[in-house]
Design a protein around this ligand. Structure first.
Ligand SMILES: [Zn+2]
Length: 167
């Protein structure tokens, strides 16, 4: 039985074989990866370890591990444009005024003007902004989009950006 429960709450950053941070796993998962030799400690300058003790074993679990094999990259495709994915991309906020209430889907270039139902032409907008905008472009009604709509990117890329951004 493992006594120290607290270190088990901690997480370990997993790097790919080519040293890209790809995800964060809990320490149990990291131990499994290490003992099955699927991963090895990463040598960052300030390598830190979490000590995990059981009655007959003390494990030093590094904060960063690197997969030894090309991970079977989970196949990831750009998701189809739908409300759920769109809400996630736009952080559940109207992209014109920031409201979180009565959210709808807005076609930046209206469909009546040839706008497509594609990632770069749809945004989350609250009901009142959507009504105000009506069948026009944001420029025509003097509304400003706070983001440039684009397709969501690979979760590993987001993770890498977040990881390096914090250091
Ligand atoms: Zn709004």
């Amino acid at each position: 039985m493992i006594q120290a429960t607290e270190p088990l709450q901690q997480s370990v950053v997993v790097f790919s074989t080519n040293y890209l941070p790809i995800s964060r796993v809990n320490i149990r998962r990291a131990i499994v990866l290490l003992v099955t030799e699927k991963a090895e400690p990463m040598d960052l300058e300030t390598e830190t370890y979490t000590e995990v003790r059981s009655p007959n074993l003390i494990l030093q679990v590094p904060a960063y591990i690197r997969l030894k094999f090309q991970s079977a990259e989970r196949i990831w495709k750009v998701p189809p444009v739908n409300r759920r994915e769109l809400l996630r991309r736009d952080h559940y906020q109207c992209q014109y005024c920031g409201s979180r209430k009565k959210l709808t889907i807005d076609h930046v270039l209206p469909r009546s003007k040839g706008g497509q139902h594609t990632w770069d032409n749809v945004v989350i907008a609250c009901e009142s902004c959507n009504t105000r905008k009506g069948d026009q472009t944001p420029q025509q009604v003097g509304m400003i989009l706070h983001t440039t709509p684009k397709a969501p990117c690979h979760p590993a890329v987001l993770f890498a950006e977040e990881f390096w951004g914090k250091r």
